[in-house]
Design a protein. Structure first.
Length: 287
């Protein structure tokens, strides 16, 4: 039987650090702790076997905590953490993380690029040196960008044709405000690079949180399939952020519309592509 990997979920403990992106009344439902015990029953109900735990803030301490969670819970197949890409010791930071309990589950690095004031942040030479260290360590780099940062992301990918990149949340298409040809052009251009995978995740929070229906996402799912093909699309829930707009099961149901239309890609979409993109171990997946 095919395993199902949720390649994008988060935990947080508000007592351990600051989350500026949670400010504002609309984000208030997220301002509570989210732990493995909260997610496990949702995974079981939706037939999800394993996850990839993804960084939430720019803090090495968070990544250390996530590796400890991965060590304690077999269902966490990998961790996409954070290191300071601008620092001179990026390689040393990664090496230190790998020596920790759970360090063998460090599979990628991410920076919240779309929160940077500078749309050209990925074009900085110091950032590119940091990304080079990520690839030298054999890790994957997650691209958390919107349409604004796609041109710089495309240039970055071109510099590292042998690196593995994963685009988070389809670069957050502005679904609620209407279709964007600028987003589509950048999305297509990024997809033309064979070393980039794409997570079908985070779409529900880009749509109208109260009015969106599953059919609203079909055009975007089809664009993703056309651009990235069956071997580079990855399922992710973006839980618990997605709960602002939809439940865990609803998010999986929306993503499953892609495989309902093309059932032959289900194995790749729900497991194989995440395994390839993050070089996941195939041993020990369990709840």
């Amino acid at each position: 039987m095919r395993r199902v990997i949720d390649a994008h979920q988060h935990f947080w403990d508000l007592a351990t650090g600051s989350y500026p992106w949670m400010e504002g009344e609309e984000m208030s439902p997220l301002r509570r702790d989210y732990r493995p015990t909260d997610l496990l029953p949702l995974m079981a109900a939706s037939g999800v076997d394993a996850t990839i735990l993804v960084q939430c803030r720019h803090d090495l301490a968070e990544t250390r905590d996530f590796l400890a969670i991965a060590k304690a819970h077999d269902f966490v197949a990998g961790v996409v953490g954070w290191v300071d890409l601008l620092a001179d010791d990026v390689a040393a930071q990664i090496s230190a993380l790998r020596l920790l309990p759970g360090g063998d589950k460090l599979v990628g690095i991410r920076h919240n690029v779309h929160d940077e004031a500078d749309a050209e942040w990925l074009r900085r030479s110091a950032v590119q040196r940091g990304v080079s260290a990520v690839f030298e360590a054999g890790l994957t780099f997650d691209l958390l960008v919107r349409a604004r940062e796609l041109p710089a992301a495309i240039d970055l990918v071109g510099l590292f044709p042998n690196g593995r990149f994963v685009l988070d949340h389809m670069a957050k298409p502005p679904i609620a405000s209407g279709f964007s040809s600028f987003w589509e052009a950048g999305f297509k251009a990024l997809a033309s690079n064979a070393n980039v995978w794409c997570k079908v995740s985070g779409l529900v929070t880009e749509a109208d949180w109260t009015r969106a229906v599953p059919e609203d996402f079909d055009p975007y799912l089809q664009i993703a399939l056309k651009c990235f093909g069956p071997d580079r699309l990855i399922f992710g829930s973006d839980w618990p952020v997605a709960t602002l707009a939809a439940s865990y099961s609803e998010v999986k149901t929306i993503a499953s519309r892609l495989t309902a239309a093309a059932p032959e890609i289900a194995d790749r979409f729900f497991e194989g592509n995440a395994t390839d993109a993050y070089q996941l171990s195939t041993d020990g997946f369990s709840r």
